[in-house]
Write a protein that binds this ligand. Structure first.
Ligand code: ATR
Length: 285
């Protein structure tokens, strides 16, 4: 008897708000491709209801087997799970949870997603030694984690508010240093990789002019913002003849480990899935 057909596994993405999450589209695509009868639903959970949502998840009464966690819950969830792996602990945020032998486990797949996207779209990106990360928010922490894991010797965090960059440099240790925006031009000299994690240039904010020409030969510019796909910073880098990689693949790849935990299959990030998400972005722009 097909047990999954009778009692299909259900996973969730919780956030507040949650309406614009593209995770349901991604996981439902993979469920369909694999012919599985499981489900994946968006659930709007206001912060005040987060503890009771997790209580019901842990005692089994919610019926879910796990799910994704997004803004604004990624940090609060650290206190609500039974086990946090090293990656989530180092990043200081959780984006994926699953039940295992009655215990609620947590990880953060953004770091793997960042690296897997570049493995796909810019193979050899991790041969570089020096990286600049613009921004010092939550997304920046996952990127820094990935850069250290993939062997970068020097990671320069450049941020408008220098104190936030310093806090991250302290958190991640000696290979990471903190800088203000005024140091960017100097740091670009010989850099192998430039990663934007800010919304700079979006929603009407001014994009500062950045000279990418002094980067190392073959230097790569990438953005983790993917709406629009060609962000103002990527467009600027391309105009200067730099290789670029957009951030949509990070969203797709970060979803892979969660799907595997919940449904037991490692899904594939296909060009068709990417096109599906792009079409959805265009329909809602
Ligand atoms: P996330 O968790 O998505 O990374 P966040 O924690 O709000 O979001 O961080 C946003 C980052 O973008 C910060 O590094 C922020 O700089 P500050 O720390 O100085 O606030 C950066 N950022 C946002 N708008 C910016 C702007 N107009 N100019 C420069 N940096 C900006």
């Amino acid at each position: 008897m097909d047990r999954t057909a009778e009692n299909p596994r259900q996973a969730f993405v919780i956030g507040h708000p949650i309406a614009h999450s593209r995770s349901p589209m991604i996981h439902r695509y993979w469920l369909q491709q694999a012919g599985l009868s499981g489900g994946y639903v968006p659930v709007d959970v206001a912060p005040a209801y987060l503890p009771s949502f997790f209580q019901a998840l842990k005692d089994g009464s919610s019926g879910y087997i796990g799910g994704n966690v997004t803004v604004p819950h990624k940090e609060a969830v650290l206190e609500l799970v039974d086990e946090i792996d090293d990656t989530a602990r180092q990043i200081g945020a959780v984006n994926t949870v699953w039940l295992e032998d009655g215990r609620l486990m947590a990880t953060n797949t953004d770091s793997l997603g960042f690296a897997a996207n570049l493995d796909d779209s810019a193979p050899g990106w991790d041969r570089g030694k020096r990286a600049i990360v613009l921004g010092a928010g939550g997304a920046s922490r996952a990127v820094i984690h990935a850069l250290l894991a993939r062997g970068f010797d020097e990671v320069f965090i450049v941020n408008r508010t220098r104190a936030r960059a310093s806090a991250l440099a302290e958190r991640f240790g000696p290979r990471v240093s903190a800088h203000g925006m005024g140091e960017l031009a100097d740091l670009m000299n010989g850099a192998d990789l430039f990663v934007n994690t800010t919304t700079l240039g979006m929603a009407g904010t001014e994009v500062p002019s950045i000279d990418f020409s002094t980067m190392a030969e073959g230097g790569l510019v990438t953005d983790i913002v993917y709406v629009p796909l060609q962000t103002p910073l990527l467009a600027m880098a391309r105009r200067q003849g730099r290789a670029t990689a957009d951030g949509l693949g990070m969203l797709l790849h970060q979803a892979v480990p969660g799907f595997h935990k919940w449904f037991g299959i490692t899904p594939v990030v296909t060009p068709e899935l990417r096109e599906l998400v792009i079409a959805d972005m265009e329909a809602h722009s």
